[in-house]
Design a protein around this ligand. Structure first.
Ligand code: ATP
Ligand code: MG
Length: 329
């Protein structure tokens, strides 16, 4: 059986006046049916561009210049623009950070959902209405029938994001790309909305690529984790492997930077200052010849500055692109 998504050696570059920014520089990972894979990494490391590359919607002056993207065993790079339009919003859907951008303020929720069903499926208005109400119910929107007649501005941010999730799952996509889907919401609402998204995706058997900065969320919802740094995958593994046996110094740094439950809960205990990783992500137009994390890495050896490490397997599902993890042989 094919994985739902397989990305192989993807290269997406931006051709800017100051040089070529290698936003994605050889990314590879896969997502199986029904799996939830979280992609993490600091700002600018290429998470959104990876998702947009899958939809072949990289904005100008960016371009996919190499690699392969397979959806259910079909090579998307060979698809015509017309075939890609059928893929988008139908077999693959995407949820963005800011729901107001994606919902049309001039139309009721019901009109937007029904339209989406009717554009992609030969369904009657009544069938489309029924399907839409069912999806709104699945994302726990209160009084879904009444909300069908509401306009986006009449809903709270959390409700709008639920509508976006309902819309994204409306056509039973095989893959949902969720790019920081809840960062615009306040923290308590974020947790509920994510919970709803994960539950709805699991119910429909939809595979999810979820982009987030929030490692606490990752530990709750992900089956597997992909850690990106400067346009490359530096480590990937099951959620357990990444959280209990992180192998790349960058992953270890990211994990040290999250507040632990104990520091959050024990209010009278002296607080540990939050660990912050020193240094900055290098400029993507001028990447060093070796490991891009090397200038920030306290464990670096000479080889790290000279040559890019390949992904060394550490187990069946676990790999890290770090010379310190080099397997002798
Ligand atoms: N319009 C653009 N012009 C030039 N370079 C761009 C443009 N958009 C993105 N890039 C490059 O692509 C890189 C990756 O961007 P991307 O949006 O994928 O980062 P990200 O990991 O999603 O970050 P964030 O967590 O902030 O959303 C950026 O660091 C930048 O170098
Ligand atoms: Mg982004």
């Amino acid at each position: 059986m094919f994985p739902v998504l397989k990305i192989d050696d993807l290269q997406t570059h931006f051709f800017t006046r100051t040089g070529i920014a290698k936003a994605i520089d050889g990314v590879g990972f896969h997502i199986d049916k029904g799996e939830i894979v979280c992609v993490v990494g600091e700002s600018g490391c290429g998470k959104s561009m990876t998702a947009l590359s899958v939809l072949r919607l990289v904005p100008h002056p960016g371009r996919i210049v190499g690699g392969e993207i397979w959806l259910d065993g079909q090579n998307l790079m060979a698809f015509s623009e017309r075939e890609m339009r059928e893929v988008r919003g139908d077999r693959v859907s995407m949820i963005f950070q800011e729901p107001m951008v994606s919902l049309n303020p001039a139309f009721t929720i019901g009109n937007q959902l029904i339209e989406a069903v009717r554009v992609h499926r030969k369904a009657s208005r009544a069938e489309a209405w029924e399907r839409s109400v069912e999806m709104l119910r699945r994302v726990d929107l209160p009084s879904p029938e009444a909300r069908m007649n509401a306009y986006p501005h009449e809903l709270s941010g959390g409700m709008r994001q639920r509508v976006m999730i309902a819309e994204a799952l409306l056509l039973d996509p095989v893959l949902l790309l969720a790019d920081e889907p809840t960062t615009a919401l306040d923290v308590t609402v974020q947790a509920q909305v994510l919970d709803v998204m994960v539950r709805a995706a699991r119910e429909s058997g939809t595979a999810v690529m979820m982009i987030t900065h929030n490692l606490a969320v990752v530990s709750e919802i992900a089956d597997r984790v992909v850690v990106m740094y400067a346009g490359r995958v530096v480590e990937q593994g099951t959620t357990e492997e990444i959280f209990t046996r992180p192998a790349h110094p960058y992953t270890q740094g990211l994990l040290r930077a999250i507040p632990t439950l104990s520091t959050a809960a024990e209010d009278d205990a002296p607080r540990q200052p939050l660990y912050e990783m020193g240094g900055l992500v290098p400029s993507l137009t001028d990447l060093p010849p070796g490991c891009a994390f090397c200038p920030r890495c306290s464990a670096a050896i000479d080889l790290c500055a000279a040559q890019k490490p390949p992904a060394f397997p550490l187990g069946e599902t676990h790999a890290a692109a770090c010379w310190l993890r080099r397997t002798e042989g």
